[in-house]
Design a protein around this ligand. Structure first.
Ligand code: LLP
Length: 417
């Protein structure tokens, strides 16, 4: 399915013309499709079928309460990496008992809160963290469920900034260290050993690194069995790539079937983020000026790298389309650039488009790692987010005001002078 489609030369979000949304909510704007989110989640759900499983949506990909609420209503679990994300899940109606807590630097306070909320388990990333969790659990006189994140030293063949499964990356521990951590944890009065997890990277478009990591994890699970340590689940992480440009992507159904066939009867957890929300969102921005010189043509828009940083940070490609197909305007190969004072402030480069001042350009596949990575750089208020479901739509985050940008700041009063 594709929730963003052209009908009579106009881009629609489900059954609503994007131009209507721009007139109503203003520019720039993030627009999400409820049906697309549901559809994408169900691809995972249906692929697991009757096999025991829990889909833990990676909240970091898009943490808007409306997005989380749609997934909570489907019965989804969540992969969180901070207390803030856990509180968002709960505020959106999600079940803390279906949350796994990932991340290399869980603070004592976040561990305590997570235990009080009764999360499903901690994905432990170091020996120090295991000790910290045990100590907090003992102070609360509860048992903490733990999974150990193994770093399988597998090359995910993706952008180096989003590759996480190599020994040189900060994530997880080696199989050897994991084994000693499992032995220690299994003797603790305050730790319940429940699983093993790994996550080798993001935007992965080839099945082989996933299967290589799975096989290494299963070898370790066998070794644990011989030590009388039995796990309840294996967590295969996220990382499934989506099509931004021409990428050929893996079949989720095929991938999950292969995982099931190798894992046997053990419960499987997955942590998809991008593949649930990526193609369920677009970022729309208005052309303020067109500027051409001898070698370059710039479409200067009101959206910028602070709103959508992926092109600047990872040289990511996002398709850019005019929301109304038209013949009026200047046809050229445009760099779509924003108002921020950095040369890296571009959303797309060399795109053949017919444009004039006031046109709206939709940057497609912006639902994952879009708004969540936005900032107030250059004192730009964060843009609003709108959810669409068939013909209905509503604001799910309002546009920030200029005043809110400095409401937490005060002028320094130098008492000495
Ligand atoms: N689980 C863990 C432990 C993770 O660190 C991540 C993503 C996921 C699951 C979800 O991965 P996904 O299914 O979304 O690939 N900002 C970058 C992506 C960073 C991914 C961080 N970790 C980007 O815009 O491409």
């Amino acid at each position: 399915m594709n929730a963003f489609n052209f009908q009579n030369k106009n881009l629609y979000a489900e059954s609503v013309p994007v131009s209507d949304l721009m007139n109503l909510y203003g520019s720039p704007l993030y627009i999400y499709s409820k049906s697309q989110i549901e559809f994408n989640w169900k691809v995972f759900e249906n692929s697991f079928g009757a096999h025991p499983h829990l889909i833990c949506y990676a909240v970091k990909a898009n943490s808007n309460l409306a997005v989380l609420n749609i997934l909570a209503n489907l019965g989804s679990g969540f992969d969180i990496v901070s207390l803030g994300e856990l509180e968002r899940v709960i505020a959106s109606g999600g079940d803390p008992a279906k949350c796994v807590f990932s991340g290399v630097a869980k603070t004592e306070n976040s561990i305590r809160k997570a235990l009080e909320y009764g999360i499903y388990c901690f994905n432990v990333e170091s020996e120090g963290e295991l000790e910290q969790i045990e100590s907090v659990a003992s102070s609360l006189n509860v048992r903490a469920s733990i999974s150990i994140r193994v770093n399988p030293d597998v090359d995910a063949k993706t952008h180096p900034y989003i590759s996480t499964g190599l020994t040189e990356n900060k994530f997880g521990v080696s199989a050897e260290v994991a084994l000693s951590m499992y032995k220690k944890a299994s003797l603790s009065d305050y730790l319940d050993v429940c699983g093993l997890d790994y996550h080798i990277g993001s935007q992965i478009t080839d099945q082989s690194p996933f299967i290589e990591a799975l096989e290494k994890a299963l070898d370790l699970i066998e070794e644990l069995k011989s030590e009388n340590i039995d796990l309840d689940h294996i967590d295969i992480g996220g990382g499934v790539g989506i099509t931004y440009d021409q990428e050929k992507i893996i079949s989720i159904e095929d991938y999950i079937n292969r995982v099931i066939s190798k894992v046997g009867s053990m419960k499987i957890l997955a942590e998809p983020g991008r593949s649930i929300v990526g193609n369920a969102g677009i970022f729309v921005t208005k052309v303020e000026y067109l500027k051409q010189n001898d070698i370059k043509s710039f479409a200067i828009v009101d959206g910028a790298m602070n709103d959508l940083i992926r092109p600047a940070l990872y040289s990511s490609y996002h398709e850019a389309v005019s929301i109304q197909e038209k013949s009026k305007g200047v046809t050229d190969s445009w760099d779509i650039v924003g108002p921020v004072c950095e040369t890296s402030d571009f959303l797309a480069k060399d795109r053949e488009l017919t444009l004039e001042k006031g046109d709206y350009i939709a940057i497609l596949t912006a639902g994952a790692y879009g708004f969540v990575l936005s900032s107030n750089y250059n004192s730009r208020p964060r843009v609003p987010e709108v959810m669409v479901s068939e013909k209905s739509h509503s604001l799910v985050r309002k546009r920030e005001t200029i005043e809110s940008l400095f409401e937490n700041e005060t002028i320094f009063k130098d008492e000495v002078n």
